[in-house]
Design a binder for this molecule. Structure first.
Ligand SMILES: Cc1cc2nc3c(=O)[nH]c(=O)nc-3n(C[C@H](O)[C@H](O)[C@H](O)COP(=O)(O)OP(=O)(O)OC[C@H]3O[C@@H](n4cnc5c(N)ncnc54)[C@H](O)[C@@H]3O)c2cc1C
Ligand code: FES
Ligand code: FES
Length: 1322
């Protein structure tokens, strides 16, 4: 074929490269709605892209997208989320996945090797995405003309390295080791700041450390755009493709004719796309006949800069817009500043990989048409941005405000461009006044660096004159916009603007303006946190204007601390300082240096040493095979659950919305298709059905299973299912523990599992000087948010047997359940679990029903059936942590010594038993961490019509740790004593430990808590920092800090564990243990699997050594020396049995001790909390592998921060979970973990102490420190508020203490109260 013909043919088809390999698809070959993720996972061998969310919110799926510009002969490389990128938009592009960065065959990239050595990959599900993020940052840094870095380093900076992964979620590691691996490439890194790793030992010089890192060669590590693609692009020139389903018009005229044609073809549905990232929010549930890609129309991608401003085509990506706005060098200072601030703000939108493909126009169209809470719309409003739109042949120029105010534009309307005008001073600058243009933008969001929609955003532009002779500043003009607070569109607060203009700013004026604003920013009825949103608006306006008020230091305190005459001159720098203080610096180095102090054991190497995880490198390259990565067997079908939306109802029928069956539909499996017993799970604690048999028991209960030809079709079909319910003659559902008590709905806890009471409560109460009676605490649930959702693949096998691949912490329970459900002997069922993409308890019992559902469908249809549960369904069905209600009475002495505690605890177990009856024991085991004198309790496990709760990392123990410290805080606030003093007084002595823990107390020397408590005070400079914090709080009005130190003790149970060790004929060894790889080492529950498995293996090895010893001695005598392989060969020849198994049966349980401290800063205007520093000292006993323990401690602690501070898991009034993905469920990210995170692991020399779960309970300290900071805010508020003194009252701080909660506790009207007080004292 000639070049021209080839180019012609290519235009009809799609050509791109993946990891250097050429792919050509003809149009009929590809469904235009298929995403790159689907394509990669279903039609290529590259499985490193993982589906974590499917909505741009997690980074597990990202790839590097390279585009070649033949005119400039330049390649542009950026990360994009493959779950949102449509394959048809990739013509001429080159894609690099983690396998393409490096792999086991061609060699790993140093990024991957360093991720391994820094122990930065646990389950490995997030790791390929992390790897691609850093790779992209490296590639782009190397393109800059920065000075040559030191040999072995790149041109990347530390800040860039951290920002590169700021949008990627990881649920296992706690991020610190990932950040360290990335930073190790940065030119400006201080080697001292890089944390614990397997490359170097403590005390080595920087040069030695550098030499031990896997070498990075800037030139050879660089990315090459495939030459063949360059050639084809040059020959084809035009990247536009035309066809029936997918159009990429190359001019406005061509676009118009396609739109016209489409209009003529009535009934065809059409979707206009640029980056398609909007589909992350507004999920595509409908089929489109035609797609039109706007990226290839030059007018829509052009950027024009002149004195009048910057005009950008609507298809310009947000990343490009940021770049252009940051380079305002051609503009006068006012405009330059405004452009830069706009850029700074939009840099907080989503994450890099969304901004790289999402367009400015797409964002504004979503705001216009669908009321999307856009940041761009709000911040462009006050600068009077102009938009150009095209409707049919008609072009229109509108102000942004007019554009947003129009009724939603129809699908033919095209946004062509957006112009951000230059800003200039309108007033004559007289000698009497200083005049300045001020522009600020604001945003309060659950995460500071983005990937979180704002609760409210705002932008203010004002021209201010400051009279040199008189005392005040006045506004010549001002434009105030507010958005994202569930209004239709961002609004201009015109009444407030008009009120302010022309007046000299004073405290009174500011107060009046704020009163007016309160009547302007009013969120819609029924919106969550609406009062909070209004208070944010007030806070932002106060923050903007208060530095201009005549006595700024008095009024704004830490917001602006300056001398009056220079207010205006210094305004920008003050505001910047102020922003830095309040929001973190513009591009903060997210983490400051952290320390890990680890005592590794050298007695039995490699036991006790930081050995890297086997398989971590293939996790980083994405070659590790998770269940959903197993290639689909021939004939494979896919399933999705149909779940109940009613809490208790009879299921009458299941039909589909449309008359014809959904696309790809194959079967609907329900209870009547189960050949054996209707079982979704069976265990010693009870059973639960696989499918609702007549009655659905809770919203989220499994009703049926739709089977279709692809996962997407199965999910869509399940969405189209219509369930008819009947509630006649049914009792109302039990949706609360109080209702369960009323109706006596409980699960019975067998006496042997019920914890023992300690001491005599009445006697303890009688000894008390003071009492608190019947105080209440409520705790909600937490979702696992494992990065890999529930998944299984079931395949019918010969002779009526079934093989099931399951991502499962309890394969044995799955095997037994499947067998009973299918009516087969257990031996006919094989369950295979190689690794899990995170579990945290959520894949123990809850995973069984997923495996069983696939097995039942596969059995009935006699075809393989698999399922990868989508995130929304997973969140609805998961159940999660047990919510509970606690009522307590406590007696104590004036000194703070507690003499008696009694608790009534109601645990919500949901509809089925799962393992909920274990929770009372776990709660009490952890509650006993303090010496309560006497501890009495009544614990009821309530059966409700809510999803079955399951174990989640630290089940019961985390809640108990919180309850214990909440009680201590309550006692301290009642007595007005320092909380730390009350804690110290109530720590156990060895005697009281024995009284509470009986045999589990161990030997006196094993009780390391008091020593650790003191050590922590010294190592974290606790007392000095407490004083510094007091000083800080005295001199800052709008930020308060708190510090807290908490202990933890957890009672662990070591369970019987089997192992098998076989030596093969070549000398290699197979070790089989009763645990699965969840990333955190072998772990199936209770955190003790590693230690007991190791012991079981050791027992096997003893047997094998004994069997080999005689032969070894004989051969040594004969030959003098002996190689291992030779010994084994000989052993085989004389038929020594080289395989043995054992069961380790522990003889006692153990307890262990830990504790830590944390400091938190709270922003009183927004409720934002920043964890400044955490110090943990953890007694690991004799650590088997300190690297694993460190990973466990940091990871669990960060998961605990999620529980206590961020993760809301709400339901509707039916109990149906309403948080359904990354948009609403916020696990911690790199920007929300402690800025400084110090961990010390003690090797106290006793047996290994588990680290998988206990550290999670330590995160309670972050909550306590937040409470301490809030208490300071309330004291201050009390001093402004003559009517009441909130300091005298103890207050509840809910879990999680999200921003709205914190702000509410600090006083939603604190600004108003303060201004009133200021006016009154003047
Ligand atoms: C995880 C995530 C987090 C986010 N966080 C934020 C945030 O914090 N703040 C914020 O403001 N935004 C946020 N966004 C939104 C993001 O900015 C938009 O998704 C993006 O800008 C849309 O651009 P796009 O090119 O991908 O649009 P597409 O998805 O391609 O299109 C979006 C919609 O606009 C239409 N459309 C696109 N361009 C045009 C045009 N020129 N003319 C007519 N119609 C058009 C499309 O038909 C479609 O209906 C987030 C997005 C994601 C995925
Ligand atoms: S799967 Fe694409 S970002 Fe989460
Ligand atoms: S290692 Fe990051 S999610 Fe498991």
């Amino acid at each position: 074929m000639g070049e021209v013909a080839a180019a012609e043919e290519r235009k009809q088809s799609l050509v791109f490269a993946i990891n250097g390999e050429r792919f050509q698809l003809s149009e009929c070959d590809v469904d235009p709605s298929i995403t790159l993720l689907d394509f990669l996972r279903s039609r290529t061998p590259f499985k490193s892209v993982k589906l974590g969310c499917g909505e741009g919110g997690c980074g597990a799926c990202i790839v590097l997208l390279s585009k070649y510009d033949p005119v400039l002969d330049q390649v542009k490389d950026s990360t994009v989320s493959s779950c949102l990128t449509l394959v048809c938009s990739l013509n001429g592009c080159s894609i690099t996945t983690a396998e393409g960065v490096g792999n086991s065959k061609d060699g790993f990239h140093p990024i991957q090797e360093r991720l391994v050595g820094f122990h930065a990959s646990q389950c490995g599900f997030c790791t390929p995405g992390m790897c691609v993020s850093v790779f992209s940052a490296l590639v782009n840094a190397e393109k800059t003309n920065r000075p040559e870095p030191r040999p072995g380093f790149s041109k990347l900076t530390v800040t860039e390295a951290e920002n590169a992964i700021a949008g990627n979620l990881c649920r296992c590691t706690g991020y610190r080791p990932i950040a360290d691996a990335c930073k190790s490439f940065a030119a400006d890194v201080d080697m001292e700041d890089l944390g614990y790793n397997s490359f170097w030992k403590k005390g080595e010089t920087d040069e030695e450390k550098m030499s031990r890192l896997p070498a990075y060669n800037r030139l050879s590590s660089n990315l090459k755009f495939p030459e063949f693609l360059k050639k084809e692009i040059k020959a084809g020139a035009d990247l536009a493709s035309k066809g029936y389903h997918w159009y990429s018009p190359s001019s406005i005229e061509k676009l118009q004719s396609i739109l016209l044609k489409n209009e003529a073809d009535h009934g065809t549905s059409m979707k206009i796309v640029v980056g398609n990232t909007g589909a992350g929010y507004y999920k595509d549930l409908q089929h489109y006949d035609t797609y039109i890609d706007l990226k290839h129309i030059p007018e829509l991608s052009v950027i024009v800069k002149d004195q009048t401003g910057i005009e950008m085509g609507a298809a310009v990506t947000i990343s490009k817009a940021i770049q252009v706005l940051k380079d305002g060098s051609d503009f006068p200072l006012e405009s330059k500043t405004v452009f830069e601030k706009i850029a700074d703000h939009i840099e907080k939108i989503a994450s890099g990989f969304v901004r790289n493909s999402g367009s400015v126009g797409g964002n504004l169209m979503m705001a216009q048409r669908k009321q999307f809470p856009s940041d761009i719309a709000t911040i462009l409003l006050p600068v009077d941005a102009i938009v150009n739109i095209m409707i049919g042949q008609k072009l229109e120029k509108l102000t942004l405000e007019e554009f947003l105010g129009r009724p939603p534009l129809d699908s033919r309307a095209i946004l062509l461009s957006i112009k951000i005008p230059s800003c200039e001073l309108t007033e004559d600058i007289s000698t009497e006044t200083d005049t300045k243009l001020l522009f600020e933008t604001y945003r309060a969001a659950p995460r500071p660096l983005g990937n979180a929609l704002p609760y409210l955003n705002a932008a203010f532009l004002a021209e201010v004159s400051f009279s040199r002779n008189s005392t005040g500043a006045s506004l010549n003009s001002c434009r105030l916009s507010f958005g994202a607070y569930a209004s239709k569109h961002p609004i201009r607060a015109r009444k407030v603007e008009e009120f302010l203009i022309g007046k000299v700013l004073s405290v009174g004026l500011l107060y009046e303006a704020i009163k007016l604003l309160e009547t302007t920013v009013i969120p819609k009825d029924g919106i969550s946190h609406s009062a909070y949103k209004s208070s944010l608006a007030v806070g932002f306006l106060f923050e903007f204007l208060s530095p201009l008020v005549s006595t700024p230091d008095q009024i704004s305190g830490d917001l602006c601390d300056g001398d009056n005459s220079s207010i205006l001159r210094d305004y920008n720098s003050k505001i910047k300082d102020n922003n830095d203080k309040l929001n973190g610096t513009k591009f903060p180095t997210l983490l400051s240096s952290s320390k890990q102090n680890i005592q590794s054991g050298d007695d039995y190497p490699p036991v006790g040493q930081p050995v890297t995880k086997v398989g971590a490198a293939i996790q980083a390259s994405g070659e590790a095979v998770f269940v959903d990565d197993i290639p689909a067997p021939a004939n494979c079908l896919y399933g999705a659950f149909v779940y109940s939306t009613e809490p208790l109802a009879r299921v009458k029928s299941i039909t589909f919305k449309s008359r014809s069956p959904p696309v790809g539909f194959n079967a609907l499996i329900s209870v009547k298709d189960i050949p054996g017993k209707n079982l979704g799970c069976t265990s010693i604690f009870g059973e639960e059905p696989l499918y609702a048999d007549e009655f659905a028991q809770f919203a989220g209960d499994r009703i049926a299973f739709v089977v279709a030809d692809t996962q997407k079709h199965a999910d869509l079909a399940a969405n189209f299912a219509v369930v008819e319910y009947d509630k006649e003659n049914l009792n109302p559902p039990i949706l609360s523990v109080e209702e369960a008590v009323k109706r006596g709905s409980f699960l019975q806890v067998p006496p042997f599992l019920f914890p023992e009471q300690v001491g005599d409560f009445s006697k303890g109460m009688a000894e008390a000087d003071r009492q608190i009676l019947s105080a209440e605490i409520k705790l909600g649930s937490q979702y696992y948010f494992y990065m890999e959702t529930q998944t299984a693949l079931a395949m019918p096998d010969e002779d009526n047997s079934m093989v099931v691949y399951s991502s499962n912490q309890c394969p044995q329970i799955a095997q037994e359940t499947i067998a009973q459900c299918l009516g087969l002997p257990v031996s006919n069922v094989r369950v295979i679990t190689r690794r899990l993409g995170g579990g945290f308890g959520g894949k123990s019992i809850r995973a069984v029903s997923v495996a069983t559902a696939c097995a039942v469908a596969a059995y009935k249809l006699q075809r393989p059936v698999r399922m990868y549960v989508n995130r929304k369904t997973d969140m609805i069905m998961a159940g999660g942590r047990h919510p509970m209600k606690i009522t307590y009475s406590v007696g104590f002495k004036e000194s703070g010594k507690i003499t008696a505690l009694k608790l009534d605890i109601l645990i919500d177990s949901g509809a089925f038993p799962d393992v909920s009856i274990l929770i009372p024991g776990a709660i009490v085991g952890s509650l006993k961490k303090y010496d309560w004198g006497a501890l009495n309790f009544d614990i009821k496990v309530c059966k409700t019509n809510r999803p079955s709760r399951s174990v989640m990392r630290g089940p019961g123990e985390v809640q108990a740790s919180f309850i214990a410290d909440a009680i201590i805080e309550h006692v301290a606030s009642t007595l007005s004593i320092e909380v730390d003093t009350v804690r110290s007084i109530n720590l156990h002595t060895y005697n009281s430990l024995g009284f509470f823990y009986k045999n589990a107390a161990g030997e006196p020397l094993e009780y390391t808590l008091p020593a650790i408590w003191d050590q922590l005070a010294t190592s974290s400079s606790f007392h000095q920092r407490t004083e510094m914090i007091q000083e800080f709080n005295r001199s800052n009005k709008w930020r308060k800090r708190g510090i807290s130190r908490v202990p933890t003790i957890m009672e662990m149970t070591v369970r019987p564990t089997p192992a098998k060790v076989s030596i093969l004929s070549d000398g290699s060894i197979v070790v089989e243990v009763g645990g699965v790889d969840m990333g955190q080492g072998g772990y199936t529950g209770g955190s003790t699997t590693s230690e007991s498995s190791c012991e079981a293996v050791r027992l096997c090895c003893n047997v094998l050594v004994e069997r080999l010893t005689a032969l070894k001695e004989k051969l040594m005598e004969e030959m003098g020396t002996l190689e291992w392989e030779a010994l084994i060969l000989q052993a085989y020849q004389i038929s020594v049995n080289l395989s043995t198994n054992s069961l380790f049966i522990p003889d006692s349980s153990s307890v262990h001790y830990l504790n830590y401290g944390a400091a938190v800063e709270v922003n009183l205007l927004t409720g934002e909390t920043t964890i400044l520093r955490s110090d943990i000292i953890y007694d690991c006993g004799q650590s088997l592998n300190p690297a694993v323990d460190l990973g466990q401690i940091e990871g669990a602690y960060v998961q605990g921060i999620g529980f206590f501070m961020f993760e809301e898991y709400p339901t509707n009034s039916n109990g149906l979970v309403t948080a359904n993905g990354t948009w609403s469920y916020k696990i911690p990210t790199l920007d929300t973990i402690p800025k400084q995170f110090n961990v010390e692991i003690l090797n106290s020399g006793h047996h290994q102490k588990p680290s998988g779960e206990p550290p999670l309970t330590l995160a309670v300290s972050v909550h306590c420190a937040t409470r301490a900071a809030i208490l300071e805010a309330r004291k201050q508020l009390g001093s402004w508020n003559s009517e009441e003194d909130p300091n005298s009252k103890a207050f509840q701080l809910e879990v999680p203490a999200v921003m709205p909660v914190v702000k509410e506790r600090c006083g939603l009207d604190s600004v108003q109260k303060f201004l009133q007080w200021t006016m009154g004292t003047k």
